[in-house]
Ligand binder design. Structure first.
Ligand code: CIR
Length: 258
């Protein structure tokens, strides 16, 4: 399991509610989102991470979802090319913080598109989702970069899977070769060989969590999944994510960890 030391975060800006969303959960309350973001940052620190806190950036209403702008590994960073036109400028905005920490930097090139939320690292292997945001060229470019850096990868087409924006809305790695998957992904051949932990349909949102060092950060309000993680012997931090969920965001989206 990767040992994480640092993370990059950016709080939501005043126009957070004008970002993209595909869910119908109402308009987020920005001041509550800021409180939830502060608790999220505190949880990352509790996991031992040192944070780079970027200022809010109202040029991009979705810019708190920093995960989509880069893939960070212990060997290199890859700047992405987000699939949503309104988010394209977020990459240049994150680039200085990435350059401050990485000397080997790759970049996804047009016509490829790739959102970090579609990339799930499992030890030395990466699952790359092909989605409404990440196209085949973007996935192929990332696979080639990862191969050059000594990693392996598998592409997973999620375009037919309802209810998930990104691959990582439906999969997270718990460590110890355990993959947590929503039912719609659990039977896929690409995940053979791992221990599969299925999420109950009514708890699908819980599929996006963070295993960081000796803790697991989960979304509050999903008792079956939380009990399951506890049974595996993990220490849990549960966070209310209600306002980010309204904008299609989840735990992993709010930080770049390395
Ligand atoms: C978007 O639609 O791009 C944002 N409102 C949500 C991005 C969530 N990011 C992620 O899952 N990595």
């Amino acid at each position: 399991m990767t040992a994480f030391k640092r993370a990059i975060v950016r709080p939501p800006a005043a126009n957070f509610a004008q970002g993209l969303t595909s869910v119908d959960l109402g308009t987020p309350d920005v001041s509550l989102a800021l409180e939830q973001h502060a608790r999220y940052c505190a949880a990352l620190e509790q996991c031992g991470l040192t944070l780079t806190r970027l200022p809010d950036d109202a040029r991009f209403a979705d810019s708190t979802f920093v995960e989509d702008t880069a893939i960070l590994t212990d060997r290199c960073a890859i700047l992405t090319r987000p699939g949503a036109a309104s988010r394209a400028g977020e990459v240049a905005a994150i680039e200085p913080a990435v350059r401050a920490n990485f000397s080997r930097i790759h970049q996804i090139q047009a016509p490829g598109t790739l959102d970090g939320g579609d990339v799930c690292q499992v030890e030395e292997h990466f699952f790359i989702g092909i989605s409404e945001r990440t196209n085949e060229q973007g996935a192929r470019q990332l696979a080639a970069i990862l191969a050059q850096e000594g990693f392996t990868s598998t592409a997973i087409d999620i375009r037919g899977v309802n209810g998930i924006l990104h691959l990582k809305s439906g999969i997270s790695y718990l460590g110890d070769q355990r993959l947590v998957l929503i039912d719609a992904l659990a039977g896929r051949a690409e995940f053979a060989g791992y221990e599969i932990v299925r999420i109950a349909a009514e708890e699908n949102y819980a599929a996006n969590f963070l295993r960081i060092n000796d803790r697991v950060i989960v979304s509050a309000g999903f008792p079956r999944f939380e009990a399951r993680v506890r049974d595996f012997g993990h220490r849990i931090v549960a966070l209310d994510m209600s306002e980010f969920r309204k904008m299609d965001g989840a735990l992993s989206c709010l930080s770049l960890r390395f």
